[in-house]
Design a protein around this ligand. Structure first.
Ligand code: ADP
Length: 519
């Protein structure tokens, strides 16, 4: 009867020795009944499963409990297939065993696929969790980086308000507030730059540029921090003019980044050197310091985003690990290269930037990088200029008015687009400065109405002053009719220069920072 079963069937004596196999055994395994006898069947089990399977059988025979095992059995024609082995002791009788081997190969294959899918699923989940953790760490880091300067601003401004401070104390407090504000602006600049890079939207405003003044401006901007740590920056420039094709603000940003890192990672008493050389085809800028150095295992990753030599919890240095990633992107947009070298920890670092030279007449060249103002040099440079300032936030309005009035402008303020439009129609103004996002009616709408009210068809001398700082925001403002776009926080010098330009005046400024204030 067992011969007719569609599975391998067998019987064994009470001692566990096989004494019968059905016909299926021979057709399936290609082995004879004789080969299965006693414990001979074990030889047909895959070597990796044989011991486990034989032990399970021995244990079943010893205990009298049912036998069950999965094992690969050699099959006729070669290879193995998974089988499920089961056997039971006959109840009541003389303790003989009856068992079967059922082919479960197909089932196993499906299970295998399931397991594979499960593994892939788990890997995808682990990856998503890691990305999520990285995002959380990043947000924690950003909020820490933002809170530190914000905390300083809050404390020092409260001290200024509540304590009687002498002149030196006041100067110190104001210096702290100014530095913290610049730190905040720089952080936001970096974040915006990174998001532009990720979106592929970072563009250069390229033209022939003299490298010398760009380097000078970067060194000048870094000087106060270097001096505060007692570090001198040795600068070596070639006597001839070095001309490259590029965006002066972005080039200054790259050099500024390298300098600020060199200052940050070099202890007091160290030395910094900046050397510019011209080869036949390239300008080479080298920034060397005698500071912390870079561990060799970190060097390959140094230009990656959010990479810092220390982990988040042990970080001693401020920053988000974005500066070098941005610098590399900027240099590559210029068709150049940037490299880092260090003899190891504590042994200083060298960063080398190369940018292709151009041969243009110096008449086309921009001598100065885009001018970022400090406090405007001439108090009266806006004498008599009538400016209308429209902003729904009174603090922002008052700050703009204060700066402009100090330079001699006559300022009218308005708290909404409607008020602004009424003021513009009521009396003549030379310049309009307007916020963009305002409740009710926005600055775009105001601009269109003001432009429409103009009978001579000339462009309105107007600039948008807004926290919308991306290139697209700037584009939108220009399309709406604004002649310029300043992003908040506005550098006072830039503000005065912009108003002067719109009013047809000229004003002298000293250079500093903030690329995104321009963008
Ligand atoms: P951040 O300075 O904000 O951390 P960067 O991208 O500018 O970001 O620098 C990334 C990391 O590279 C730094 O955190 C530091 O570990 C290392 N690094 C950069 N410049 C120097 C340098 N001059 N000396 C030593 N390490 C440096």
């Amino acid at each position: 009867m067992l011969d007719r079963l569609p599975v391998i069937a067998w019987t064994a004596g009470p001692d566990g020795a096989w004494d019968y196999v059905n016909a299926r055994w021979a057709s399936r395994t290609g082995a004879s009944a004789e080969q299965a006898r006693g414990r001979g069947w074990v030889a047909l089990v895959h070597p990796e499963d044989a011991d486990r399977c034989a032990q399970a059988w021995t244990e079943a025979v010893r205990s009298g409990q049912p036998f069950e095992a999965e094992a690969r059995l050699a099959v006729a024609g070669g290879g193995h297939r998974w089988h499920l082995g089961r056997a039971q002791k006959e109840a009541g009788g003389d303790g003989r065993w009856v068992g079967t081997w059922t082919d479960i190969e197909d089932l196993k294959r499906v299970q295998g696929l399931d397991e594979q899918a499960l593994k892939e699923d788990q890997a995808a989940r682990a990856e998503a969790e890691a990305a999520n953790r990285a995002k959380d760490e990043f947000l924690a880091m950003i909020s820490h980086e933002l809170r530190t300067p914000l905390g300083a601003i809050l404390i020092w401004s409260q001290l200024l308000r509540n304590e009687k401070m002498d002149e030196a104390g006041t100067a110190r407090a104001l210096g702290m507030i100014e530095r913290s504000t610049k730190t905040l602006a720089k952080l936001i600049d970096d974040l915006l730059d990174v998001s532009r890079i990720i979106a592929g939207k970072l563009r250069l405003d390229s033209r022939p540029v003299q490298l010398g003044p760009v380097i000078d401006a970067a060194v000048e901007a870094a000087q106060p921090d270097a001096e505060a740590k007692g570090l001198r920056i040795d600068r070596t420039l070639p006597t001839e003019t070095v001309m490259v094709s590029g965006d002066p603000v972005r080039l200054q940003q790259v050099v500024g980044n390298l300098l600020s890192n060199a200052i940050k990672f070099t202890p007091e008493g160290g030395r910094l050197a900046l050397v510019v050389e011209a080869t036949a085809t390239h300008a080479r800028i080298t920034v060397t310091d005698t500071g912390a150095g870079i561990p060799p295992e970190f060097l390959p990753f140094i230009f990656e985003r959010f990479r810092q030599a220390e982990t988040a919890s042990t970080r001693r240095n401020k920053g988000l690990g974005l500066g070098l990633a941005i610098s590399r992107h900027l240099v590559e947009l210029h068709g150049g290269t940037i490299e880092a070298a260090s003899a190891g920890e504590g042994r200083g670092s060298t960063f080398t930037v190369t940018v292709p030279l151009v041969h243009a007449s110096s008449a086309d060249a921009v001598g100065h990088p885009a001018v970022r103002g400090e406090w405007p040099a001439h108090g009266g440079s806006l004498d008599g200029v009538r400016v209308l300032v429209v902003d729904d936030e009174s603090d922002a309005r008052d700050a703009l008015a204060l700066v402009l009035e100090r330079c001699g402008a006559k300022v009218t303020v308005a708290a909404s687009a409607a008020e602004g439009l009424a003021a513009w129609r009521r009396e003549p103004h030379d310049v309009l400065l307007s916020d963009i996002a305002m409740p009710g009616e926005d600055g775009y709408s105001l601009m269109r109405k003001v432009a429409a009210s103009r009978t001579d068809g000339k462009p309105v001398p107007a600039a948008a002053v807004t926290a919308y700082a991306t290139t697209e925001d700037r584009q939108r403002a220009l399309e709406a009719g604004y002649r310029d776009h300043l992003s908040k926080p506005v550098d006072p010098g830039v503000l005065v220069a912009t108003v002067a330009k719109l009013a047809g005046r000229s004003v002298a400024l000293r250079a500093t920072i903030y690329p995104s204030l321009r963008a």
